[in-house]
Design a protein around this ligand. Structure first.
Ligand code: ADP
Ligand code: MG
Length: 652
């Protein structure tokens, strides 16, 4: 096996993400410009900002030698503006750092230790917050005496509670998480846990809070100076300049308009930049553009050239046979392609998948973790998060209509109605704050106009149907009061709420123990018999497949590599991958049999090989396997394989 050089990380860099947000980029550029100006002010050929010149009072902008004019004492406005901006920036940023440091320290310590420490610290913070907060700042300056440093302290102190409250909230949220417990178990002391486990996790929140308060603090400093409590004459800062200009606003507007404009530009640019920084630091936004996921996956089939090249669609042997089998199918998927675009990389998570699910049929989708099963399932009703997901091609025919041609509202009506999902982890899909009965009622009422009472009765009926003991009482339970198996059954009940024709179950039994798994499988089999429901059952377990599926499709690296009835595939696997997957299943009583793990790892879907994706892990691979795309070839009787050197198949 050749080792390819590691590709660059696919996640766009922070700078790139910032550049994508035009407003934030504009803010960054303007803010950087102001900072640079403030930094180089001492070296600029400016006159002394405090030098008075009564002969040249109140000159308008663009006067000779005074680009921005002069003030009521004849001082050069440009010089005062630049020096003043420097002072305002320094005070605002220092106050912000000061507040961030002490506020975060208080927040982390009280959140981490909890109990009495938390109580005392937070009540102290509450006391500070109980005063109207600009009044408090005024009171502090009044007590300390006017002056720039005292204004800085006052602004910092009144802002400490914002940091303390925010950071305490985040800390409380992570202090009981497993990684903190495990750090404690490994013998780390409080200080090391605070510094190495807690701090890195709250850092983004500190930075975000800071980025949104710096602008605010500059405004507050300007406010205090405006009232004469900050910078003292003759020192200029933006607020005191504005205060002096106010007295002459009718005769010399530029005296107040110029510092006012500078405050506006500065605060605006900082806030825009702050928003951008917040978006970048939010990990859910890191992988894609700066937007919320759309309600329906983005569909862009412009590069798709129709149902792909001969072969891949014809899973049932002859095209004619395929038509017959698919005519009555509830779900028919043709050449489905779903991609994730991350930076410069395109991850082809689903690369041309075709299959159908007949009425009252259960089709299994099997494959290793990461082979694209979940993305396939989610694509069917446009549930893949976009960005970064895009449906780049294919058709999903639900009862003869292309889902991707439907309007968003139509798709929404199908979800949970005619087609329902059951997910792997019922604890994370059930709402923790509502009783399961209420959640079932919500699911029922999303699609039917029935009264709450009727819906509640139906909810109890559903719980009975999925064999929850004592359903009348259990409907009042919250998810955390149920066992894992019961929660999964609630998940199934929810999927059944509106008598779906198709259930898409994504590893519904993976988190369960074998006895509960057996009950769930039996339940699903009963549902099929009694209600004629069709099921697309996703699993990585061939044992489960043999219990419930009529047909099975084996997925590898985003493609179906083998397809057939459960018996064909389990007894006569044609693809070497299928064979090895089946060999991985341990069997009771066969202790001597060595479990054959498949060597190597599946290929990355952003860098798929030209030919067979499994070739590098296959002991039958030849040069021809790597030469070009390989079609899904029929073997007869609906059995098909994507392999040019399939295992020997003996059909009965
Ligand atoms: P599985 O077969 O285990 O269900 P998935 O369908 O979840 O696998 O994933 C298939 C591929 O798609 C994986 O390589 C995974 O990394 C990628 N993938 C899934 N979701 C996302 C996402 N939101 N962003 C980027 N890549 C994703
Ligand atoms: Mg999955």
């Amino acid at each position: 096996m050749t080792i390819k050089p590691r590709k660059r990380s696919a996640r766009p860099s922070a700078l790139k993400l910032l550049a994508r947000n035009h407003l934030a980029l504009m803010g960054a550029v303007i803010f950087a410009g102001v900072i640079i100006l403030a930094l180089i002010t001492p070296w600029l050929p400016l006159v002394n900002p405090d030098a008075t010149d009564p002969a040249n009072r109140l000159l308008p902008p663009l006067s000779d030698g005074h680009f921005l004019g002069t003030d009521h004492l004849g001082r050069d406005l440009l010089s005062r503006l630049l020096w003043g901006t420097r002072v305002s920036l320094a005070v605002g940023i220092s106050a912000s750092l000061f507040a961030a440091f002490f506020g975060s320290a208080i927040g982390i310590i009280s959140g981490y230790f909890g109990g009495r420490t938390d109580n005392i610290m937070m009540r102290g913070i509450d006391m500070v917050m109980a005063f109207p907060y600009i009044l408090l700042a005024l009171a502090i300056v009044a007590a300390l005496g006017p002056g720039l440093m005292n204004a800085l302290y006052a602004i910092a102190v009144v802002n400490i509670p914002f940091f303390a409250r925010n950071i305490r909230g985040v800390t409380v949220g992570i202090v009981h998480r497993e990684f903190v417990d495990s750090a404690r178990l490994s013998g780390k002391g409080h200080i090391r846990i605070l510094l190495s486990e807690i701090l890195p996790n709250v850092m983004p929140v500190i930075v975000i809070t800071m980025s949104t308060t710096v602008g605010w603090m500059i405004l507050e400093t300007a406010g205090l100076s405006f009232l004469g409590l900050g910078a003292q004459p003759p020192q200029a800062d933006l607020g005191s300049m504005l205060g002096e200009g106010r007295k002459l606003i009718t005769t010399a507007l530029h005296l107040s308009a110029i510092p006012g404009g500078m405050i506006f530009v500065l605060v605006m640019s900082i806030n825009l930049l702050g928003d951008g920084i917040r978006d970048i630091l939010d990990p859910r936004l890191k992988s894609g553009a700066l937007a919320r996921p759309a309600p329906v996956t983005r569909i862009d089939r412009s590069t798709w050239d129709g149902p792909a090249h001969a072969g891949s669609g014809h899973v049932n042997g002859q095209p004619g046979a395929k038509r017959d089998a698919e005519k009555g199918a509830i779900l028919s998927v043709e050449d489905l392609r779903t991609e994730f675009v991350l930076g410069d990389d395109v991850y082809k998570a689903v690369g041309g998948v075709s299959f159908h699910v007949g009425r009252n049929e259960c089709v299994g989708l099997v494959g290793e973790s990461g082979s694209g099963k979940s993305v396939t399932a989610l694509s069917l009703l446009g549930l893949v998060a976009s960005p970064p997901g895009t449906i780049a091609g294919g058709r999903v025919m639900l009862d003869g209509r292309d889902v991707f041609d439907m309007h968003e509202q139509e798709i929404r009506a199908i979800r949970g109605g005619r087609a329902a999902y059951v997910f792997q982890d019922p604890l994370s899909t059930l709402h923790p704050l509502f009783s399961v009965g209420d959640q079932l009622v919500e699911a029922i009422r999303a699609h039917n106009r029935v009264s709450y009472k009727e819906a509640w009765q139906k909810a109890v009926e559903l719980l009975r149907m999925v064999r929850i003991p004592n359903p009348e009482k259990r409907a009042d339970s919250y998810p955390h009061q149920l066992s894992g198996g019961m929660r999964q059954r609630v998940g199934i009940a929810m999927a059944l709420a509106n008598e779906p024709e198709l259930i898409i179950a994504d590893e519904p039994t993976t988190a369960l123990d074998v006895t509960v798994q057996a009950q769930i499988l039996k339940l699903m089999n009963n549902l099929r018999e009694q209600h004629g429901t069709s099921v697309l059952f996703i699993t990585h377990d061939f044992g489960v497949v043999s219990e419930i599926c009529d047909r099975v499709a084996v997925m590898y690296a985003g493609q179906i590599v083998e397809m057939g009835t459960t018996q064909q595939v389990l007894e006569n696997p044609a693809h070497p991958y299928t064979k090895r997957l089946i060999d991985c299943v341990p069997r009771l009583g066969e202790t001597a049999r060595e479990i054959a793990a498949i060597p190597g790892l599946p290929p990355a879907v952003n860098d798929l090989p030209v030919g067979c994706a499994f070739a590098d892990r296959c002991d039958r691979a030849a040069d021809a396997c790597r030469a070009g795309a390989i079609d899904l070839d029929p073997l007869g009787d609906g059995h098909a394989v994507r392999c040019i050197k399939p295992m020997e198949v003996r059909h009965a």
